[in-house]
Design a protein around this ligand. Sequence first.
Ligand SMILES: Nc1ncnc2c1ncn2[C@@H]1O[C@H](COP(=O)(O)OP(=O)(O)OP(=O)(O)O)[C@@H](O)[C@H]1O
Ligand SMILES: Cc1cn([C@H]2C[C@H](O)[C@@H](COP(=O)(O)O)O2)c(=O)[nH]c1=O
Length: 210
Amino acid sequence: MARGRFISLEGGEGVGKSTQLTALAQALEGRGLKVVVTREPGGSPGAEAIRKLLLEGDEKRWNPRSEALLFAAARSDHIEKTIVPALERGEWVLSDRFLDSSLAYQGEAGGLGIDAVRDLHRFGSQDFLPDRTLVLRLEDDAEGAARARVRDGNPGDRIGSRPPTYHAAVDAGFRAIASKEPDRVKLIDAGGTAATVTARLLYALGDLLP
Ligand SMILES: Nc1ncnc2c1ncn2[C@@H]1O[C@H](COP(=O)(O)OP(=O)(O)OP(=O)(O)O)[C@@H](O)[C@H]1O
Ligand SMILES: Cc1cn([C@H]2C[C@H](O)[C@@H](COP(=O)(O)O)O2)c(=O)[nH]c1=O
């Protein structure tokens, strides 16, 4: 049996990742593929416990290094317990966020540096990478934040509620990663209707589809 494919969906707050994950899973299942949908931080019992530590509580609960280490620890468990077993069963895994969120949030916006956070991933997860990473982007950062506010009616979790300058740096981080790794990481315009965005995502996966 052929190994499955691992796809991560990335982007800033409220750009439509969860909406697109559901739509993409349906589209892939419609092509006869078995699909596992998962998320980060989280995706395994241990990583979901770490998710609560990371996203709840005071902004100062963790310093930048302890925050990056917790994300890396959660990811290592997620890969071992959920992602690799599904790929070995021949299933496609779609993850709402993965390594590139750590590179953009903790590495670029958090000031640790993209290379330092990638080194953590080499140690924690042997540099295990997605077959493709699709980064949803809205030209106007504020539109994503507005979508998230309409959905939640509150300022968001410990990290989502950081200032606009932090989120602008996250966006710059995603763009830098895409230009460094153009085969794996594709920037996708998240503007327009949800169906239009799903069509763009499927196009960007065209060479991987059976
Ligand atoms: N193409 C779209 N046009 C307008 N609104 C959209 C579109 N896609 C999603 N939305 C809405 O925007 C809000 C945020 O979408 P969603 O939860 O999918 O984003 P997200 O990127 O997963 O957010 P977060 O980063 O906070 O987890 C939701 O209310 C959703 O219904
Ligand atoms: C994986 C990952 C996530 N984050 C941040 C990004 C968001 O603010 C939250 C997750 O919330 P969501 O509603 O589930 O998208 O965590 C991060 O800073 N670093 C990471 O590696």
